[in-house]
Design a binder for this molecule. Structure first.
Ligand code: GLA
Length: 374
């Protein structure tokens, strides 16, 4: 089964946009291995939009790789990526053109899935631009879902319709393994805050086999690259990673792997956070308190009778977040509480019960892994 846990990898869009080529992909593949990201679980290297010629081959009808960017074709790139132990991802679009106006797969679904299988692709991101008005959005994803099943290769289906058509309700039935539920992220705290918090009510529509994708991470971009905006500081990137992990979101890195700082590398390789994200039960986080406040508490049940707790301050002022243990199901009368270990420092803060208040600076977060204890 694909997507037993949230997919992890790297996608070219946030950093490179149109400026992708064989060299960049090879260097990124090398860096993913050398910097220990593959070992940490980041296995997919996905080429986003702008990889093909502007028109299909008139004779075969196939999409063809840009001859300047990929002079040796896509199979050669895929072979290189595979030789590093990574998996290889491609991109297309459910409409007639991709979002950056390259050929889309509309009415070419089966041929294109076949082409991606010939490349040796393991992943397909499938966008939603240039959809003919007469076409039914959900049906377009069903078509590519079927085409991938017919292509003779196991390919993870990453749907990207930005939350249209109430996507969380039907996308799993179309065969997708992850689905974008929101518009595009940019590299700012406001963007990642609004995108992630918009999905609080949809976190349960995310489970082994198909996960809610709140877009590629911007960690380590500091405002550079293709998606623009002000950039975030390290505290804000820490909060971004914590939210994505707690929300069981796919962890697709978007910053330039070749130049990621040691601090940002350590952040995205944090074993406790990754364990929360990759927990085999894939249970959704839920809001434990703070629905009407900027200081929110989330809980997520983990396997082994553990519970992850995240306090996150999305406000502009330092604050303290709190929750009643009763509200996550641990009654005061039971005598139970949680023995909490800080996911960032690995330090135990002892057993907490009944009520907990925790100071959190503006845009910061705290994450704990708790074991039921008296
Ligand atoms: C859309 C998607 C982005 C990216 C671009 C490429 O905007 O949502 O993630 O794939 O298209 O053009």
């Amino acid at each position: 089964m694909l997507s037993k846990t949230p997919p992890m990898g790297f996608n070219t869009w946030n950093t490179f946009g149109r400026n992708i080529n064989e060299q960049v992909i090879k260097e990124t593949a090398d860096a993913m291995v050398e910097k220990g990201l593959l070992d940490a679980g980041y296995e997919y290297l996905v080429i986003d939009d702008c990889w093909s010629e502007r028109e299909r081959d008139p004779e075969t009808g196939k999409i063809v790789p840009d001859k300047i960017k990929f002079p040796n074709g896509m199979k050669a790139v895929s072979d290189y990526v595979h030789s590093k132990g990574l998996k290889f991802g491609m991109y297309s679009c459910a409409g007639t053109r991709t979002c950056d106006n390259y050929p889309g797969s509309y009415d070419h679904e089966f041929l294109d899935a076949q082409t991606f299988a010939e490349y040796g692709a393991d992943f397909l991101k499938y966008d939603f631009c240039f959809k003919p008005v007469s076409a039914d959005g959900p049906n377009l994803y069903r078509r590519m879902g079927m085409a991938l099943k017919a292509c003779g290769r196991e390919i993870l289906f990453s749907a990207c319709n930005w939350g249209n058509d109430d996507v969380s309700k039907w996308i799993r039935s179309a065969g997708a393994h992850m689905y974008r539920s929101t518009g595009d992220i940019n590299d700012s705290f406001a963007s990642m805050r609004d995108i992630s918090m918009s999905q609080i009510d949809n976190l349960a529509y995310s489970a082994p086999g198909c996960f809610n994708d709140i877009d590629m991470l911007t960690i380590g971009m500091y405002g550079k690259g293709n998606v623009g905006s002000t950039g975030c500081n390290d505290t804000e990137y820490k909060t971004q990673f914590a939210i994505w992990c707690m929300f069981s979101a796919p962890l697709m890195l978007g910053g330039d792997i070749r130049t990621l700082s040691d601090d940002m590398l350590a952040l995205v390789k944090n074993k406790n956070l990754i364990r929360i994200n990759q927990d085999e039960e894939g249970r959704p986080a839920f809001l434990a308190n703070g629905a009407n406040s900027k200081c929110k508490a989330f809980a997520k049940l983990l396997s082994n009778n553990e519970v992850a707790i995240m306090f996150v301050n999305i406000g502009e002022d330092d604050d303290s977040c709190n929750f009643y243990f009763e509200d996550i199901g641990i009654t005061a009368s039971s005598g139970f509480g949680l023995e909490l270990t800080d996911a960032f420092t690995n330090e135990s803060i002892g057993v907490k019960k009944e009520f907990m208040r925790f100071p959190v600076k503006a845009h910061d977060c705290a994450v704990f892994i708790g074991k039921l204890a008296k």
